[in-house]
Ligand binder design. Sequence first.
Ligand SMILES: Nc1ncnc2c1ncn2[C@@H]1O[C@H](COP(=O)(O)OP(=O)(O)OP(=O)(O)O)[C@@H](O)[C@H]1O
Ligand SMILES: [Mg+2]
Length: 391
Amino acid sequence: MAEYLNRIGAGKILIDRTPLTYDWIPNTLVGRDGALSQMASIFSQISSPSISCKTVITGPVGSGKTVLTQVFCNDLKRHLDGKRRIVHTHINCRNHPSGSQVLQQIALSLDERHPERGLSPGEVIQSIRRFLNARETHMLLVLDEVDVMIRRDSSDIIYRLLRIDEGKNESGTISIILVSQDPSLLKLFEPAIISRLGASNMLNLGAYSESELRAIALQRSEASCLKGSVGDEVISKIANYAASTGDARMAIELLEAAVIRAEGHGRSNVLIKDVKPSEARNAALEPNLVDDLPDHQKLILLGICRRLKKEEAITSGDALKLYHVICEEFGRDPRGYTTFWKHMKSLEISGMIESRTDSATKGRGRTQHITMANMAPGVLEARLSGILSVE
Ligand SMILES: Nc1ncnc2c1ncn2[C@@H]1O[C@H](COP(=O)(O)OP(=O)(O)OP(=O)(O)O)[C@@H](O)[C@H]1O
Ligand SMILES: [Mg+2]
């Protein structure tokens, strides 16, 4: 019997991996009471059927913009239970970057049989309005990473959504929450939109402090690991590394990587040395460096990032396979083997990836193990997907 298989499901540390995933929504948000209260004041009239509210949330990567809107909308829905019927629709514009895709997603969130084609934006908006009004339902609409759509397609759809009730003798159909990393988001809007959004409805979240990151890491470890398996000193080290960016996602990634490493060694507790600075994803290189890479280097790097989000290293063979998958996804023709290698070399020279040849595979072709110490794969992946889908 293969002894090493005993490790599977051993769970010496981890009892539930879900809280280490990005989609897990904690019961309480660390350090965001002020932001939640501000949201509550912006939405203070929302229980009245004729009222709709608007807000714009900005903040750096991993400052909790997305999770803040999720917690707020869930809480609000509960709070209005029995007073006003609410449907909460969250759309990430990075995944649906064109204005018509966004509208389509809104319509689909209400009615999954909404026809895919043939309707103008105005008609889709009116069908959304009719649907909501017929059911006396108010929509809380979150347009996350909204700058992606605006840069691609202007802010026309937002303007139309803000005016959905105009000339209809109706009001209070949709509340809109716009979310973006871009602190100068407002500059992308026409004055007519800015005045409709209202200057007092802006919320800017700051990057997290070290103590907030400590509380976030602790919250995740308590929810996912056996009691006592992750000590204070481990949490402190994670918070210390993540404080260089103030990014909550980095704290969670570091914790997950440390837990996996400790379990991989068969230990029942995480040690300080499991928190690896090299994988602290200290982002020694700025993510925007990838913006100017040649197209096929972007495609190769995207494949590598996707894998490195989950694993410590990827072989060059897998990188090549993933490159082909990504090319297909984005409708590009993959370049030949030699060009692929040239691009890999350039990525290495620019410090974006690192490679080592495993001694075991020496002499058996060019299998290399690729890692990424200077950049955060999760952050890069989002950036690359965004750029590639717009191009
Ligand atoms: N205050 C908080 N308390 C607990 N968990 C948090 C908090 N803020 C963020 N997180 C967690 O950190 C991760 C990143 O947060 P989130 O996705 O909301 O950041 P973001 O600001 O939307 O980032 P991006 O700009 O990349 O979209 C998520 O898993 C989220 O649940
Ligand atoms: Mg987000």
